[in-house]
Design a binder for this molecule. Sequence first.
Ligand SMILES: [Fe+2]
Ligand SMILES: [Fe+2]
Length: 125
Amino acid sequence: MPTWDHEDCDPAMEAEHTRLYRMMNRLEPVITDSQSEAKVARAIHMLQERMADHFHVEEELFVTADWASRQVMIRDHHDLLGMLTALAEIPPHDGEARRKLFTAFLKALARHDNDVDAPLFSRRH
Ligand SMILES: [Fe+2]
Ligand SMILES: [Fe+2]
């Protein structure tokens, strides 16, 4: 599970990421292990909504910032949401495929945080 552990981050963004990860920690066991089709679908839907909100907040904050960095951020956000769309489309009985894709999503998110969000929201800007 990724955690937000980057020095010199803007405090509001740090708090936002900490809240996001707390929610993801709660949803992870439901998405990967729950036997209830309805619970899995609800958890994935909550994650989709929350991530879309989070990305929206970041993109708004970066409206006036350097254009090239903002394009990289938007492309990553788009790809990450695409992974969640694919996760929602996996047939309910295929827990193995769900676990695999969710693990890949967490890895891609950790890379995005590290390479894109942390430098962009550094207080050193
Ligand atoms: Fe972020
Ligand atoms: Fe981001």
